[in-house]
Ligand binder design. Structure first.
Ligand code: ATP
Ligand code: MG
Ligand code: ZN
Length: 461
C-alpha cells in the first residue's frame, strides 16, 4: 500500500481532535446543536493550522447520516467519503487555479442543483483570495441568498485581500498559530502511536521551528523519522533545521554580555564552517533574546514562553545579565539585521557587524549593576564632601572600628578631587582604547571596523 504521510494520516476527524482552535470549533459545535449553521463561513489563518480540516469536519457534521450532529459518526457512507475526499456533495475547489469569472459562473449554475444524496451541498473553496475581482462580483448574489441546501466555506491565508462585500456576507473565524506546547503534545501522541522513539528536546525543537504550523511540524517529524531510522534525535533535528545547538546560542549571548566581540565572531565563524545558515542562526538568536525579554518582563511563569523547563532555568540565569532596555535594544538590532540579511545577497557581514555592535555596547550592562556602581561612586564622593550643616568645612570622621582607615590621608580638597576625577576619566578612556586596540588585533573585527568606518565616511560624503 502507498505510504500516506503523517500529516494526512493524522488529520483530525472530529472537532475534539482539532488542536488549539477552540474558538472556532466550540462556536461551530454550538451552532450545529442549535440548528443555526450559517450559509457562508470564512476560515482565515496561517498555513497548516486546521482550516481545511475543520471545513471537512463541518461538512461531515452537516451531512452525517446520524446527523446533523456536532459529533459525526465517521463510519457512515457520507462521513467516509468526505474523509477520503471523494464525496459528490462536498466539493473542494482550489480558487488559485479557478480564478476566472467563467469558473464562478459554472459554480453559480451548479449551486442550483440539489445534492446527490446528502442533506447539503458543501462548497469548500481554498485560497479564495485568489479569485479575480469580477469573479467575486459574479459571486455576490449567490453568496447573499444561496439555495437552502448550499453551504459555503471559504479558506484563506490572506483575508485582507478579500473585498468587504465578501467579508460582510460570511461568518468569519480566525484560525490561530498553534502553541508550541500544543504541537509538542500532538507530536508526542503521534510518536507513541507510531512507536517512534524521540528525545523530548528534539520534539520541542521541531515544534518551535514551525512557528505554529501543525502541518509543517508533522512533515518534519515524518522526514526525521525516516532519517533517524525510527529515532528522533536532537542532533538530527538541529542538522535538518541548519540550527546551532542551543548551548552555542547561550554562549554567543554570554560573549555579548562579556563584551567579547572576538569570541562571538569566532563562534559565528565556526558555525558557518559547519554549514549553518546565517539567517536561521539569526532567527534562533532573535527567539532566544525574545525569551530573555519575556522572562525579564513577565518572570518565569510567562505564558508566552515557548521553552522547556531546563532552558527556562538557564535563560532566567542569563537574563539577569541584561537590563530590559538592553534586551529591547538587542532585539531591535537583530531585527534590523534580519531585514538586511533578507534584502542583500551578503548574509554574513550584517550579522558580524551586529555582533560587534552588541558586544561593544556599554548599554548592555544591567541597570542594577550600573546603579550599584553609581551608588558606590556617590557614597565615595559623599564621604569626601564637606558637611553643609557645619560652618567650617569639617571632614567626616573616619570609621572608628577601622584602624587602617585612620592612617589613610584625609580626603583631598575640592580642586584635588576634580583633578582625581579627571585622572579617573582619562584612565578609563585609556582602558577603553586599549580594549579597542586589542579587539582590533583580531583580523575579522578589524575588517568589520574598516567597513563600518567606510560606511560612515560614505554617509558623510
Ligand atoms: N489544529 C490542528 N490540530 C491537529 N492537526 C492539525 C491542525 N491543523 C493542522 N493539522 C495537521 O496538518 C494537516 C493540514 O491541515 P489543514 O489542511 O487543515 O491546514 P490548512 O489550515 O487548511 O492549511 P493551508 O492554508 O495550507 O491549506 C492536517 O492533516 C493535520 O494533520
Ligand atoms: Mg487548506
Ligand atoms: Zn456519519
Amino acid at each position: 500500500m502507498d505510504y500516506l504521510v503523517l500529516a494526512r494520516r493524522y488529520r483530525p476527524q472530529t472537532f475534539d481532535e482539532v488542536v488549539g482552535q477552540e474558538g472556532a470549533t466550540t462556536t461551530l459545535r454550538n451552532a450545529i446543536a442549535a440548528g443555526r449553521v450559517a450559509h457562508a463561513y470564512l476560515f482565515s489563518g496561517p498555513r497548516g493550522v486546521g482550516k481545511t480540516t475543520t471545513a471537512r469536519i463541518l461538512a461531515k457534521a452537516l451531512n452525517c447520516e446520524k446527523g446533523p450532529t456536532a459529533s459525526p459518526c465517521n463510519a457512515c457512507q457520507c462521513c467516509t467519503s468526505i474523509t477520503n475526499g471523494d464525496d459528490l456533495d462536498v466539493i473542494e475547489i482550489d480558487a488559485a487555479s479557478n480564478t476566472s469569472v467563467d469558473d464562478v459562473r459554472v459554480l453559480r449554475d451548479n449551486v442550483r442543483f440539489a445534492p446527490a444524496r446528502a442533506r447539503y451541498k458543501v462548497y469548500i473553496i481554498d485560497e479564495v483570495h485568489m479569485l479575480s475581482r469580477s469573479a467575486f462580483n459574479a459571486f455576490l448574489k449567490t453568496l447573499e441568498e444561496p439555495p437552502g441546501h448550499v453551504k459555503f466555506i471559504f479558506c484563506t491565508t490572506e483575508p485582507h485581500r478579500l473585498p468587504d462585500t465578501i467579508h460582510s456576507r460570511c461568518q468569519r473565524f480566525d484560525f490561530r498559530r498553534i502553541s508550541v506546547a500544543d504541537i509538542v503534545r500532538r507530536l508526542e501522541q503521534i510518536c507513541r502511536h507510531e512507536g517512534t522513539k524521540a528525545e523530548p528536546e528534539a520534539i520541542h525543537l521541531i515544534a518551535r521551528s514551525t512557528k505554529g504550523g501543525m502541518r509543517d511540524a508533522e512533515t518534519l517529524l515524518d522526514q526525521l523519522t525516516s532519517y533517524g531510522g525510527g529515532k528522533i534525535l536532537v542532533k538530527n533535528v538541529e542538522e535538518a533545521l541548519g540550527a546551532l545547538p542551543r548551548r552555542d546560542i547561550f554562549a554567543l549571548v554570554d560573549h555579548l554580555a562579556d563584551g567579547q566581540p572576538d569570541h562571538a565572531l569566532a563562534l559565528l565563524h565556526r558555525a558557518i564552517q559547519d554549514g549553518k545558515d546565517t539567517e536561521s542562526l539569526l532567527n534562533q538568536l532573535i527567539d532566544h533574546v525574545r525569551s530573555l525579554l519575556l522572562l525579564s518582563v513577565c518572570g518565569p511563569e510567562a505564558a508566552l514562553l515557548d521553552e522547556t523547563p531546563e532552558d527556562t532555568q538557564a535563560l532566567d540565569r542569563q537574563r539577569r545579565r541584561f537590563s530590559t532596555d538592553a534586551l529591547l535594544y538587542m532585539s531591535q538590532v537583530l531585527w534590523d539585521t534580519l531585514r538586511k540579511v533578507k534584502e542583500s545577497a551578503q548574509s554574513r557581514l550584517p550579522i558580524e557587524l551586529a555582533l560587534v555592535k552588541l558586544a561593544q555596547s556599554d548599554g548592555l550592562q544591567p541597570l542594577a549593576e550600573l546603579l550599584q556602581r553609581l551608588q558606590a561612586l556617590e557614597s565615595r564622593l559623599g564621604a569626601a564632601a564637606p558637611n553643609p550643616a557645619s560652618s567650617t568645612a569639617r571632614r567626616p570622621e573616619p570609621a572608628a572600628a577601622d584602624e587602617k582607615k585612620k592612617s589613610v590621608p584625609p580626603p583631598a580638597p575640592v580642586a584635588d578631587r576634580a583633578e582625581a576625577q579627571a585622572e579617573e576619566t582619562e584612565r578609563r578612556a585609556e582602558e577603553h582604547s586599549r580594549r579597542q586596540d586589542q579587539a582590533a588585533e583580531n583580523p575579522v573585527i578589524r575588517k568589520a571596523l574598516d567597513i563600518l568606518q567606510g560606511v560612515v565616511v560614505h554617509r558623510e560624503k
